[in-house]
Write a protein that binds this ligand. Sequence first.
Ligand code: NAP
Length: 497
Amino acid sequence: MSLQPDALRSFQMCIGGEWTDALSGNTFDSLNPATGQVWAQFPDADERDVNCAVDAAHTAFHSSEWRSLTPTARGKLLRKLGDLIAENTETLAQLESIDNGKLIRETRGQVGYLPEFFYYTAGLADKIEGETLPLDKPDMMAYTIREPIGVIAAIIPWNSPLYLTAIKVAPALAAGNTVVLKPSEHASATLVELVKLAEQAGIPKGVLNVVTGFGPSTGAALTSHPLVRKIAFTGGAATARHVIRSSAENFARLSLELGGKSPQIVFADADLESAVNGIVAGIFAASGQSCVAGSRLLIHKDVYEPFITALAERAARIKIGNPQADDSEMGPMATAAQLAVVEDFVARAKADGARLRLGGKRPDMAQGWYYEPTIFECNSNADYLMQEEVFGPVAAVIPFETEEEALAMANDSNYGLAAGIWTRDIARAHRMARDVHSGIIWVNTYRAVSAMASIGGFKHSGYGRESGIDSVLEYTERKTVWINLSSEPMADPFVMR
Ligand code: NAP
């Protein structure tokens, strides 16, 4: 089926299993990045709507309907949800492409893989085990229990909404929590659709809720709500600081998946053709709007000039166009504001003396928020463009001479989300993998994702891990139970046992 991007769509929120508008009746417009035109309207939830959603999630968390489900039964519901996503891949892929301007070929791939997160996590639901502790006290035994935390607030950015939701919602529900989702106001459609599929899968009312609206109002009301026990946040550092402050009030747990300035390090012995493609994938796929964008290119001086020439030639051939067209290779920026951010970075890089090798401007298109693939040669790793996240199709390049120098530059960053290492030297690959301070290291590849592999950052790229075998444990509380095995009466209340 093909969705009609020109037809104005209207969406509702789901609170406690009821499909509803905002109590105020207010709505907001969502724009199609390929045209800049309004394509959909969503309820603009205020604090009262958020309170209803959190109350519904809290009630569902304590309901016998949800609590009495065995972990295996929860796993079956998640598997069913995975099946429904698989059946609706094309619709979800098209919706996400219209909503945030991502290429249809990318959303098809991302949504097509989405069920795997639900299947994998479904299998973990009944493997959340406690331990018996080998105590140093002969008359005692102790064991641990893993329990769900409670209501989870999941705050999602606009760049990959379904994927970033799946890696939160699947483990949160597998562990027995309930969730209130807050999509970005720029990309809410597919998360609303996901909640519909959860309903069809038989997930009880109130277990998965969605409130649509703006960050500083809807988002802030959610993250500061006293009944929210954990906030799973993906977004930028400035917002993360707000979220941390909100969580402090109620001691809500936090996981933060933030931005990056990920280095791609090309050694002279690398397969240079693969490295060119890997670097194009890292910074120009998704128009650079990826948390793991490989935006800092460190290139060995022996191959520097031919490499940059080959990279610029390949990047210049990227077909920019309508994200819904099968042959487009780069779509628009997701928002006009993000396009302005990219233009500001480019202006500053020029002012700082960086040399423009490619792009640096908007392409000649009649409409939409497009920007050309852009490559700058920088003078120092300390340059603004080498240090700050653009979240757009702008690569900053610098040469290096030695492995030590490459490592020092790679680690000289506030961020630590991902890194790409390009070399045929296996010992060097492992040394770099060990010594680069990042949550993900890709060797001779980039942007590989699996339900079995964790993602998460070091330093300003955040804390907590999503995806992978431990993701479910991140949504549990660990309780220790002590049993006195002695038949002797308890004497002397004033000593520690
Ligand atoms: P953002 O502005 O920080 O927004 C993220 C989410 O927070 C959105 O849902 C936003 O809602 C909401 N929000 C804004 N202000 C809030 C507040 N005061 N309280 C609660 N929620 C609030 O980030 P973005 O521009 O959407 O996304 C880009 C950033 O996300 C980049 O830095 C990127 O690297 C990072 N990111 C990281 C990962 C990862 O896995 N590490 C993945 C993807 C993106 P509104 O949009 O409605 O304002």
